[in-house]
Design a protein. Structure first.
Length: 242
């Protein structure tokens, strides 16, 4: 069932990303998502960037996300959720070193996870990958939260030049993490997985896929070929724990 939320604050994160802060909470864990409906437009899944109040970080890439960017303070949207399996922190996070790897909007749910981990006294390092300096998302906010942040850009305009997995490799070689968490495009997740397997590290990946129902009924979001047959990003995931 959808619940109506009102936009109370809009933050510009970068040239194509806005954060929408809504008027009330949604009880949810990092890694879960909500289906956001704009009547007469469509419905799409969005990661929960913060739960209290419910906060969404939206990259404008197409018709639906651009409509979300056009919403002003005081305007409404409809939300179904929370949905999906969340990230899991270690049973005793205090003093543990956790490395997170984010690309694109994937940094937003990782920030929610990072804040919970930091509150539980874990040491958090976040590797952010982006095409250019202008695309880097939430780096300053994560530093203010208390995380160590490593930035990689493909053109070298900010941080190291290259793919975010180079930052993951450096972080892992510096000190072995208790766990690695990642959210971003599928090729990035596959590269993170291969580095974690090579180092024998536990890891959790949040998979993105086209979704319709968001609750395991329609089968649209099956992640083919990598996990067991019929693994649905919406209800078995989006987070897989390995
Ligand atoms: C679990 C989950 C959580 C998500 N969380 C966020 C979030 O926090 N912030 C955010 O900005 N977006 C998020 N998305 C993506 C979002 O649901 C929409 O797909 C996105 O906003 C694009 O929709 P659109 O109608 O604007 O553009 P569309 O016209 O649908 O897409 C524009 C372009 O992006 C590509 N694309 C769109 N969605 C996906 C996808 N899921 N996987 C791969 N390629 C895609 C399309 O192929 C196309 O090239 C999430 C998706 C999933 C599955």
């Amino acid at each position: 069932m959808h619940r109506t939320y009102t936009v109370t604050e809009i933050r510009d994160e970068n040239y194509r990303t806005k954060t929408l802060v809504l008027d009330r909470a949604l009880i949810a864990k990092p890694g879960q998502f909500a289906m956001v409906w704009l009547p007469g437009v469509d419905e799409r899944p969005f990661s929960i960037a913060a739960a209290s109040p419910l906060t969404l970080t939206v990259v404008a890439v197409g018709p639906f996300s651009e409509r979300l960017h056009q919403l002003g303070e005081g305007e409404r949207l409809w939300v179904r959720g929370p949905l999906g399996q969340p990230f899991e922190l270690p049973a005793q996070p205090s003093g543990k070193r956790l490395v997170m790897v984010g690309g694109g909007y994937g940094v937003a749910p990782l920030r929610f996870l990072a804040r919970e981990a930091l509150t539980a006294n874990a040491a958090v390092e976040v590797c952010i990958g982006a095409r250019t300096a202008a695309d880097v998302l939430l780096a300053e906010r994560l530093v203010m939260d208390g995380a160590v942040v490593r930035v990689m850009t493909e053109d070298g305009s900010r941080g190291g030049r290259g793919l975010v997995t180079a930052a993951l490799e450096a972080a892992v070689l510096e000190a072995r993490p208790a766990s690695v968490y990642a959210c971003g495009p599928v090729p990035m997740l596959e590269a993170v997985e291969s580095r974690c397997l090579a180092h024998g590290l536990p890891y959790q990946l949040s998979w993105e896929a086209r979704m319709r129902c968001g609750m395991g009924l329609c089968g649209t979001c099956e992640v083919h070929g990598r996990r067991r047959e019929g693994w649905l990003a919406c209800s078995d995931g989006p987070v897989s724990v390995s």
